[in-house]
Design a protein around this ligand. Structure first.
Ligand code: MLT
Length: 422
């Protein structure tokens, strides 16, 4: 057994001896059936890794960043505070927060040449594809600070990335609607600046709605890290080859682009809209899900880790109700979502399969009420996940034990064959 210290005390993982070779199929089944975890740091990153950033107990529905419960952080901390916590390990003092914030404000502008980079994309380009390309392109402008092992390079890259991603994200959006881009206004806070660059129009005053800004800030906190999910492990894997921070995070953005990861809240909204269009029959929809009707899926339910309510979903649900009421924007889709949740959670079919709402179930409704088009939902997820990716990359790169990642393979192909020309 391997013994690890973790926030709940000592964790003991029964370790199966590694088995090699073409007997792979049998080995794979054995691993699945016994539920054993192979903790083998020799296969770092995608096979297994240790991390001190985010703790999840999927059975109990617990999520903590650096030991702090997500519920407390969502209520009491700003996104920049949480970013600092994830990246540097401690909540900032007010002087540290001011310094971090000011540093970020100073770096929010994009190089003028980089602005022209956006002109080359087709008008209907998905903002997520533009985001990943632009994040990767940052490394072409700052070639003098890309060394992952130089402390100063890492610090300035961290701040540049935190500062420039909101600008890139809003430019990607402006591009997609054919509107002129707005320069950042550094008198504004992180989220306010992003909202103004996204929804503001040149030469016109833009009033940031404080309710929208606070709720968006809180949603970014909820998305800031989630241990070794698909995009984060991609960032670590790419970074383990000693690729620079921008290249590694750009890879993470691409991993998040997929509908099973960051695109899931868009799928929830589409499902709810389909229910609405076909008459709002929620019990009928649930029946069709249970009958496994082709193409009918309950989106936003279930999670690879949570076998209980996703703690983020509970907070988002409350926020959705508050925001829609406060903004006076009732949405029939919210009623359908709540009905769907109520019916599903009273049904043994879903409960026995441990299918509870996850973070994606209610977020789309809030983004929609705020005026974001669905193709921006994943971009918002990326904006939130950014400090988590940075923190995980920094943790991985500063660990002297880190080796280049190499997922383990169980070979299932043909045994040796003689070459016979066809
Ligand atoms: C996330 O926040 O990254 C998603 O819930 C997916 C995951 O954790 O696997």
């Amino acid at each position: 057994d391997v013994k690890l210290d973790h926030p709940g005390g000592q964790l003991s993982i029964p370790v199966k001896p590694a088995v090699d070779g073409p007997a792979g199929i049998a080995t794979g089944n054995l691993l699945k059936e016994t539920g054993y975890v192979t903790y083998d740091p020799g296969f770092v990153n995608t096979a297994a890794c240790s991390s001190g950033i985010t703790y999840i107990d999927g059975d109990a529905g617990i999520l903590r960043y650096r030991g702090y419960p997500i519920e407390q952080l969502a209520e009491k901390s700003s996104f920049l505070e949480v970013s600092y916590l994830l990246i540097y390990g401690e909540l900032p003092t007010s002087a540290q927060l001011t310094e971090f914030d000011e540093w970020i404000r100073r770096h929010s502008l994009l190089h003028e040449e980089m602005r022209r980079f956006f002109d080359g994309f087709p008008r209907d380009a998905h903002p997520m594809a533009v985001l990943s390309s632009a994040v990767s392109a940052i490394s072409t402008f700052y070639q003098d600070s890309l060394d992952p092992f130089d402390r100063e390079h890492v610090e300035i890259s961290t701040v540049r990335l935190m500062a420039k991603v909101p600008t890139i994200a809003s430019y990607a959006y402006k591009k997609s609607i054919g509107q002129a881009m707005l320069y950042p206004d550094n008198s504004l806070g992180y989220v306010e600046n992003f909202l103004r660059m996204t929804f503001g129009v040149p030469a016109e005053a833009y009033e940031v709605d404080p309710v929208v800004a606070r709720v968006l800030d809180m949603l970014l906190v909820l998305h800031a890290d989630h241990e070794q999910n698909c995009s984060t492990s991609t960032v670590r894997l790419v970074g383990s080859s000693q690729a620079n921070l921008f290249a590694s995070v750009s890879a993470g953005v691409n991993a998040l682009f997929g509908p099973l990861h960051g695109g899931a809240n868009q799928a929830v909204l589409e499902m709810l809209d389909e229910i609405r269009v076909s008459g709002g029959d929620v019990p009928g929809f649930v029946r069709r899900v249970k009958d496994k009707e082709p193409g009918v899926k309950l989106m936003g339910f279930g999670h690879r880790v949570y076998k209980n309510y996703d703690p983020r979903a509970a907070i988002v649900k409350q926020a959705a109700q508050d925001v829609l009421a406060r903004m006076n924007k009732p949405d029939p889709l919210l009623d359908l979502a709540m009905q769907l949740e109520e019916i599903a959670l009273a049904d043994d079919y879903f409960v026995s399969r441990k299918l509870y709402p996850n973070v994606d179930f209610y977020t789309g409704l809030i983004y929609k009420a705020m005026g974001f088009p669905t193709k921006m939902f994943t971009v918002l997820f990326a904006l939130g996940r950014l400090p988590g990716w940075i923190a995980q990359w920094r943790e991985m790169i500063s660990d002297p034990e880190t080796k280049i990642g190499r997922p383990r393979q169980l070979y299932t192909g043909a045994a040796e064959r003689d070459y016979v020309p066809v």
